[in-house]
Each structure stands twice: as C-alpha cells, then as structure tokens.
Design a protein around this ligand. Structure first.
Ligand SMILES: C[S@@+](CC[C@H](N)C(=O)[O-])C[C@H]1O[C@@H](n2cnc3c(N)ncnc32)[C@H](O)[C@@H]1O
Length: 297
C-alpha cells in the first residue's frame, strides 16, 4: 500500500481485510466496535482467524474456539491468558464480545507503526474489562489514556445517575516512540475564563482526558442518518494529536465514515472498513465524488 494509492473504503468483514494490510503501515487505528456482536458472529470470527489469517496474523493471534482456553501469543503470552480466563469465568456475557474483538485487536497491533496509537471506543458496560485485558495484551507501559467523552442528550434514568459518557482507551505500540502532538489539537474554552489572562482566555485551554462534546445534532450539517455516528469534533482531536499530515489512518468499524471525513479534512490518508451495505452507502454519499477514494469491491 504505497502513498500514491487512493484512500480506500472497503465493504467487508474487517477480519478478512486486516490480514491483507501491511505491517506497521498505520500511525493511528481507531476502533468503534458494536457492543452486541452476538454468538453467531463470534463463532464466525474465530473460524476466520484460524483459516484465513496470514502467517503474521496467525502468529499474533492464535485463538482457540473454546474461549476459556484461548491464547494470544506474539504480543501477550501466559499472563494475558490467565487474566482472560479469570475475567471470562467472572462474566461470561463479556466472553463473546471479547472473542470477537481479540483477533481484530491482534491485527490492529500488527498494523500499527512503531510510533502508532490505538484508540478503542467503548461503552461503560465493557470498558473496565477491556482495559484490564488491553493492559495485559499491549503491556501496561503502553497504556496512554482513558478518555471520557461526556455528552448530555436523551432520556435520563431517575433510578441511578444517568449514564452519559463513552470511554475511549488509548494504547501506544511503543511507549518510547509514539507520536503525540498536543499543540495541534483544537483547544476548548476555560471553565472560569475570568481567572486567567485575556490572552489565555482567547486562546482557550488544552483539552484534558474528559471531553465534553455534544452528540451529532439530529438537525446539524454533520448528520448522515447512520445511527451510531460519532461527532467529527471527537475524531478531529484524535486525528490531530496522534497522526501527522500524510500518515495513514485505519478505521475497521467505519460506520458512517467519520474518521475518514476528518482524516481527509486534515490531510491524512485512510482505510475504512465496514461490513454493512448501509454503512458503505452512507459513506458514498458522505464523500460524494471526492477524488482519490477507491470503493472496494
Ligand atoms: C459503532 S458503529 C461505528 C460508527 C462510526 N464510528 C461512525 O462514526 O459512524 C460500528 C460499525 O461496525 C460495523 N461492523 C460490525 N462488525 C463488523 C465487522 N466484523 N467488520 C466490519 N465492520 C463491522 C457495523 O456495521 C457498524 O457500522
């Protein structure tokens, strides 16, 4: 995949596509997987890894169909296997989900450049388990951040604190080499602008690991109609901080193509994958007849 090739939107199961992409090609991998993957899909995914993976992927992820006995070697090993076993015994609802995700994460790790970063977008039902497992998979020293995207929209429970946030776990391939440029990131207003100088107030402050950002407005410019569409403002910060112009960005659960839209605006290259025809249709409409994008097949 050379720099003169077009950006790509691929209609396929990402587990069929990821093994065909070259090692270390992506500075940024953003994954926003669905939560309800379901058992049938999980079993299919496991079969794919066993039969379809390249040698490199097979090295990185050798997954046994019985999840409790799964092993991932190459970037994890026995410690990961033990933690995984404990977690799955503790909550078997998470079992299917993780079995679906694990081979894709192994691929993401292989595809990351040495200075690359993974952003894994999760909801509160899975984030804590996923963090423990990712610590074991990538190595604790590769954990960079737990981002909280907080929004305030929709119905509110009166029986508990309404849950109005997503978690984005950030892991780097190499803690000594990763790319992170906070100076390129869109800044935000100070909460108490009267407490800082007018110059500082005008410049805004660097975002922290808690991002207040509205969901995609049902009437706004960004809206594509795709149900799980994420706001460009959230993706923009990620792309600005963790890639440079010209770098390749991968989104293997692309949905409406938010990552691609932002990557294009910021001069990054992209590969987007989604298995649903509706998502690809939305991306066709979103990118219009923009030059330099290849839709496959
Ligand atoms: C939460 S949505 C992503 C939304 C996206 N971030 C956006 O801003 O529009 C998850 C997407 O993953 C896709 N998906 C689920 N399983 C997949 C698979 N095995 N391969 C490729 N895409 C998959 C779904 O079709 C869905 O569009």
């Amino acid at each position: 995949m050379s720099d003169d090739e077009p950006d790509r939107v691929i209609h396929a199961d990402n587990l069929d596509v990821l093994p065909t992409l070259p090692d270390g090609r992506f500075t940024l991998v953003y994954l926003d997987p669905p939560f309800n993957t379901g058992r049938a899909q999980t079993r299919q995914a496991l079969r794919h890894v066993r039969q379809g993976a390249t040698d490199a992927a097979a090295d990185a992820a050798s997954v046994d169909p019985a999840p409790m006995r799964s092993t991932v070697t190459g970037f994890a090993g026995r410690r990961y296997e033990r933690i995984r076993g404990d977690l799955m015994r503790y909550d078997d609802r998470f079992d299917d989900y993780w079995a679906f995700l694990e081979p894709r994460l192994a691929e993401a790790w292989r595809l990351l450049a040495d200075d690359g970063t993974l952003y894994l977008h999760l909801d509160y039902r899975e984030a804590h388990y996923a963090k423990v497992l990712l610590d074991a998979l990538f190595g604790r020293e590769c954990f960079l951040n737990e981002l909280i995207w907080a929004y305030d929209y929709g119905a509110k429970s009166k029986r508990r604190w309404p849950t109005k946030h997503d978690t984005i776990l950030v892991y780097v391939k190499d803690p000594d080499a990763y790319w992170f440029d906070s100076t390129s990131v869109d800044r935000e207003p100070y909460m108490a602008p009267g407490l800082v100088t007018p110059e500082k107030a005008a410049r805004g402050k660097l975002p922290t690991d808690v991002w207040w950002h509205t969901i995609v407005s049902p009437t706004g410019r960004e809206k594509t109609g795709y149900p799980t569409q994420k706001p460009e403002g959230v993706l923009r910060r990620i792309v600005q901080a963790s890639s440079r112009p010209g770098d390749w960005v991968l989104d293997a659960f692309a949905g409406s193509g938010t990552t691609g839209a932002v990557a294009r605006e910021l001069g990054r290259r992209f590969v987007l994958v989604d298995e649903h025809a509706e998502a690809v249709e939305v991306m066709r409409r979103r990118f219009g007849d923009a030059a330099g994008i290849r839709f496959e097949p």
